[in-house]
Ligand binder design. Structure first.
Ligand code: 6PG
Length: 627
């Protein structure tokens, strides 16, 4: 990756000399910021007047544009006083994570002496004081003492910037390993770490590095302190460890080795509330914390996952280039990685992503079961699913077709898999969040509870003997009707999932962009689909999917099939909770006068909870003695 090295400090600190030497050593172009001042600035400085912020605007823009243009071709060194943080922010705008700052520091006296000994400089030495007055020492720069010889200064800069790693990966499980290889393949100099546990986890990082040629430049560690010290400051460390308590243990292990402004990125499926707490906990210690969802499984992590970072935006800017580079790309070539929003919003949307994923999986399981009940064998089911790709393609549809085709000897492997579905908790959290936010995420709940029901295997076996179902030979549904019911339910699933996100955004003031969220889910992630692609445009026009003309048309077309499939399944004792719920939910959300009047009357009857009346616009609460 090309880098921009800014060398900064007050006038007279020697930055031009150091900058030229460094550029020469690294064989990259050198630019002196002073050469880009407009005439008016030079005249002002020469007449002994200091520049004000307005004078600097155009100049900072010029340098920032120069840097952005230059970095597309090659690395370079630019020297510039850049005394205030806002100047530095301006100079590194849009290229934050590709920018390295070197601060040449010296005392007023030391620099004054240098200036006196220098001829032909347009800045009179009296202006030095004003420079020191406005100097805000950078926190995230490599600070080098100007009393060292230029050769030593160059050595320090080179070893810090070139020999240390720019990004650290902590935890080499399946995802950590794939992400490390992805980062290394993209040309990033990384450090990788895995803990040492006697006799259990030994030399994991070193052995892993030895296994893959793309990791030849990576530094491998099982010692936390050495790992942290191998990283350039501010350090950027991605944690790929188990969600939950482990994250807190890891944070506490890392903390003594970290410095102010270092950035931790939690790439696991952490709970968004915990992420918010961790951000606050670390903020008090001046450490930044970014909670990022990462989707795509092992292969996605290796080839390009969908990445959903949330937290401090300024800190995100410093890891943006890494995350965007390793992410999947959408059909326009844009990274499937975007800054989601503050607090735990990145982890929140990853959680809802998983909720939507649970439903998509459940629906595929249900429609396959219906086909099976209609007498289709796994190969035939796979063929039908393949034929649906034209209109209803998705990653999950695709893998389900492959699953049905997989044989072990003469038998289909899928028929040998124990019918108890596991889960790691994100569907559970989405259901809780949905209830807490007051959003009817009924399909997610039904997909989650279907997994729970599956777990009651012994009880199911027992009860099956007592309550034998009817034979399903009387099923009267066409394959196309199943497809339409499936499509119907998927629209409802996405409606509900995005409703949860929209409500969280409103309730937590996250200002989330639904179109952008669907865009980063069009590639790299588990729920990528042609429907998701459509949503990118649809969400530009409305935040309510059920009001968009394109989806209204589809719903009207698919609904009769959905009703038929669900009722046929009910009559034939075929379990289709998610399909059924999609029709029930749709009935509910499209009912003008619901049965909630009766609930209100009941509440008022037994608890005097009061009710409002349709014929009283004042909104007053009424109470009645009902018997
Ligand atoms: C992904 C997946 C991934 C994983 C989850 C869900 O987006 O890559 O969602 O995060 O599959 O762990 O798993 P459970 O089904 O075990 O809850």
């Amino acid at each position: 990756m090309n880098r921009l090295i800014y060398i900064m400090g007050v006038s007279g600190c020697g930055k031009t000399t150091i900058g030229k030497l460094l550029a020469q050593e690294l064989n990259i172009p050198f630019f002196d910021g002073d050469d880009f001042h407009p005439e008016s600035n030079i005249a002002k400085m020469s007449s002994g007047q200091p520049l004000n912020d307005d004078d600097r605007q155009g100049w900072l823009d010029t340098l920032n544009n120069l840097a952005k243009k230059q970095i597309q071709e090659t690395s370079c060194v630019i020297v510039c006083s850049a005394l205030k943080q806002k100047y530095r922010d301006h100079l590194s705008r849009d290229i934050e994570s590709k920018t390295k700052w070197v601060y040449l520091s010296g005392s007023f006296q030391q620099i004054l002496e240098r200036i006196y000994s220098r001829a032909n400089h347009f800045m009179p030495s009296e202006l030095l004081k004003s420079q020191f007055d406005i100097l805000e020492e950078p926190k995230d720069a490599l600070q080098v003492d100007i009393s060292l010889t230029p050769e030593d200064i160059i050595k320090i800069i080179k070893s810090e910037l070139m020999e240390t790693s720019e990004f650290g990966l902590f935890g080499l499980g399946v995802m950590g390993k794939s992400l490390s290889r992805n980062l290394a393949r993209n040309g990033f100099k990384i450090s990788i770490f895995n803990r040492h546990v006697d006799g259990v986890e030994v030399n994991i990082a070193k052995n892993f590095k030895a296994q893959f040629p793309e990791l030849s430049n990576a530094s491998a560690f099982d010692d936390i302190s050495a790992f942290v010290n191998s990283l350039q400051q501010p350090r950027k460390i991605m944690l790929m460890v188990n969600a939950g308590k482990t994250i807190d243990f890891v944070i506490d292990d890392l903390l003594p080795h970290l410095s102010e402004n270092d950035i931790l990125v939690d790439g696991g499926n952490s709970n968004y509330k915990k992420t918010k707490e961790r951000i606050a906990y670390l903020k008090a210690k001046n450490i930044h914390f970014i909670g990022t969802g990462i989707s795509g499984g092992e292969e996605g992590a290796l080839k390009g996952p969908s990445i959903m970072p949330g937290g401090d935006k300024a800190a995100y800017k410093l890891v943006q280039a890494y995350l965007e580079t390793i992410s999947a790309k959408d059909r326009n070539g844009l990274p499937c990685c975007t800054y989601v929003g503050p607090e735990g919003s990145g982890h929140f949307i990853k959680m809802v992503h998983n909720g939507i994923e649970y439903v998509e999986m459940q629906l595929l399981a249900e429609i396959s079961t219906i086909m099976e009940a209609s007498g289709k064998n796994p190969d035939e089911i796979a063929a039908i699913l393949d034929s649906w790709k034209e209109n209803a393609n998705s990653y999950l549809l695709d893998i389900t077709a492959s699953i049905f085709r997989k044989k072990e000897g003469e038998d289909w492997l899928v028929k040998k898999v124990l019918d108890k579905a596991g889960n790691k908790g994100t569907g559970n959290w989405t259901t809780i969040a949905s209830a807490e936010l007051g959003v009817p995420g009924t399909l997610i709940a039904s997909a989650l509870f279907s997994r729970y029901i599956s777990f009651y295997k012994e009880e199911r076996l027992l009860l099956n003997k007592t309550f034998k179902g009817v034979k399903s030979s009387k099923l009267n549904i066409s394959t196309n009707e199943i497809l339409e019911a499936y499509q119907f339910a998927r629209i409802i699933n996405h409606y509900q999932g995005f409703k949860i996100i929209a409500e969280a955004s409103r309730s937590y003031s996250w200002n989330l962009n639904l179109s952008e969220i669907s865009r980063i889910w069009t590639s790299g992630c588990i729920i990528k689909s042609t429907l998701m692609r459509d949503l990118v445009e649809i969400f530009m026009e409305t935040s309510n999917l059920l009001t968009h003309p394109r989806l209204i048309k589809k719903i009207k077309k698919y609904r009769p099939s959905a009703k038929k499939v669900v009722s046929q399944c009910l009559l034939n004792d075929i379990t289709t909770p998610a399909l059924s719920e999609s029709t029930q939910f749709f009935n509910g959300i499209t009912t003008a006068y619901s049965s909630a009047n009766i609930i209100q009357a009941q509440r008022d009857y037994f608890g005097a909870h009061t009710y409002k009346r349709l014929d009283d616009d004042s909104g007053k609460n009424h109470h009645t003695i009902w018997d």
